[in-house]
Design a protein around this ligand. Structure first.
Ligand code: GLN
Length: 487
């Protein structure tokens, strides 16, 4: 059977169950694909073919022995490089963590392994997940498979690009302000940020702990549900992981929007937004309406403050989380220091890239005693108002639908000189993290130049099911032709 790398989890699962293919064949197909295209795409920081094939062989043995075949058994997945996988490096695409090999698996990685998934490698990202284009990686560029002159989005750019380029069957990413959804939108794949607390963050290198959440990037909505079935659920190792039951996320996958009320926030359709993005998203809303949904205009009045609020809170948390990289505990240590203080300073100066330094300085500033009340405390208060906007609206609607990103994938270098422009890439995704609610990006069309566009569907706390149902209903009825990037 050829082109196995192009298939979805659920398609491959059927083949594996019937023993029409082996995990080794699938894994080999994915590894061959990586060899063929990753010199162009640059999604992977680290691939270990031998290890992956060995894992596949073990899975095949279990299958042959009549062992239980879960939907993830034998499926090659790839992991964003801020998630720990035992035996593989975790660098967060930063020089400061070069050579670091964690001695344990993140809970999500552990659960994937328990379910028989095969880990093919670690994926490029913006350094410490700070960015929207993956240009902040200290190691390499990741190119958008749809147009290699363009960025794949970020910070989970490697995750989105690898799925779009069929270099893995599914990937894990993390989303603090949009880092799963925005790259999914840029690369034409599905990306789900679960409710804060739904998925354990144990083994995820912290960026902004009150916002970070792990989620899947997949080729379709069914695969997102299958990944959620494995990674979601309480974990005593993460004190912010919620002790609520996780449903079977595939049960909600039916085409039906009858009785569902969808809110369209007027603040998200603004003067000067990309015309093709607006057209596609308006078209998608029509499709959902055609499936029986009631659509109404809503208001999230504090939307204007979201980006500013986020950049105070996220940088404050980052400055504290990143204090641990001091050249002592792990990571890079300078070779040129006279004393301890100089060793700290030089190790950090040499190890961190410019964006990370900018965030640490900003975060330290907003937390400093003279400015704490004016910035950090105020931002916390505004965060509460933003969350209340969502609570109020969700009294009347089941879902909120918006574009995922204001523009399609932009060109390399277009926004690197102006951090503010880069920060605005997440204008539609950031509030979702501040409120802690779930959001998905599903492909909803292409620009005339052939670049993918994403539709964002936002749900109530712990209501990933309605989000997935709407995404599935749309996906099955959208009528957009299925395309693959011409690599
Ligand atoms: N682009 C945003 C930032 O730079 C969000 C990143 C993320 O979600 N990790 O902080």
């Amino acid at each position: 059977m050829s082109q196995l790398h192009r298939r979805t989890i659920h398609e491959l699962h059927e083949l594996l169950k019937k023993r029409e293919v082996s995990s080794r064949e699938i894994t080999q197909s994915v590894l061959d694909r990586i060899s063929a295209v990753d010199t162009t795409v640059g999604a992977f920081l680290h691939v270990e073919p031998e290890k992956a094939l060995q894992e596949a062989d073990e899975v095949d043995k279990t299958i042959r022995g009549g062992g239980h075949v879960t939907p993830l058994t034998g499926i090659p997945v790839a992991i964003k490089d801020n998630l720990n996988a035992e035996g593989l490096p975790t660098t967060c695409a930063s020089k400061i963590l070069k050579g670091f090999r964690p001695p344990y698996d993140a809970t999500v990685v552990h659960r994937l392994k328990q379910n028989g998934a095969v880990t093919v490698g670690k994926l490029n990202m913006d350094e410490f997940a700070m960015g929207s284009s993956t240009e902040n990686s200290a190691y390499q560029k990741t190119r958008n498979p749809w147009d290699t002159e363009r960025i794949p989005g970020g910070s989970s750019g490697g995750s989105a690009a690898s799925v779009a380029a069929d270099e893995c069957i599914a990937a894990l990413g993390s989303d603090t302000g949009g880092s799963i959804r925005q790259p999914a939108s840029c690369c034409g794949v599905v990306g789900l940020k679960p409710t804060y607390g739904r998925v354990s963050r144990y083994g995820l290198v912290a960026f902004a702990s009150s916002l970070d959440q792990i989620g899947p990037l997949t080729k379709d909505v069914t695969d997102a549900a299958l990944m959620m079935n494995v990674i979601a659920g309480h974990d005593h190792r993460d004190s912010t992981s919620a002790n609520v039951k996780s449903p079977d996320y595939t049960r909600c996958l039916e085409v039906d929007m009858k009785g569902k009320v969808i809110g369209i926030p007027k603040e998200y359709f603004i003067e000067g937004m990309d015309r093709e993005v607006e057209q596609s998203v308006r078209g998608a809303i029509k499709v959902l309406e055609g499936l029986g949904a009631e659509v109404k205009e809503i208001s999230l009045p504090h939307t204007d403050y979201a980006v500013a609020t986020y950049y105070i809170l996220a940088t404050a948390e980052a400055s504290s989380n990143l204090a641990r990289y001091d050249g002592v505990k792990y990571g890079h240590r300078t070779e040129h220091s006279k004393d301890l203080v100089e060793m700290y300073m030089k190790s950090r100066a040499e190890g961190f890239g410019p964006e990370v330094k900018r965030r640490i300085m900003l975060g330290t500033y907003v937390l400093s005693s003279g400015y704490y009340d004016a910035y950090y405390r105020k931002a916390q208060q505004v965060r509460t108002l933003i969350k209340q906007d969502f609570d109020d609206v969700f009294g009347d609607v089941d879902l909120i639908v918006t574009p995922t990103a204001p523009t399609p994938a932009f060109k390399f270098g277009e926004k690197t000189k102006d951090p503010l422009q880069m920060y605005l890439s997440d204008i539609f995704t950031i509030s979702v993290n501040l409120a802690g609610v779930p959001g998905i990006s599903v492909p909803c069309g292409y620009t005339s130049a052939g670049l993918p566009i994403g539709l964002q569907i936002i749900g109530k706390h712990f209501d990933e099911e309605t989000v997935l149902q709407a995404a599935y209903s749309y996906e099955q009825s959208s009528g957009i032709e299925s395309r693959k990037p011409a690599l």
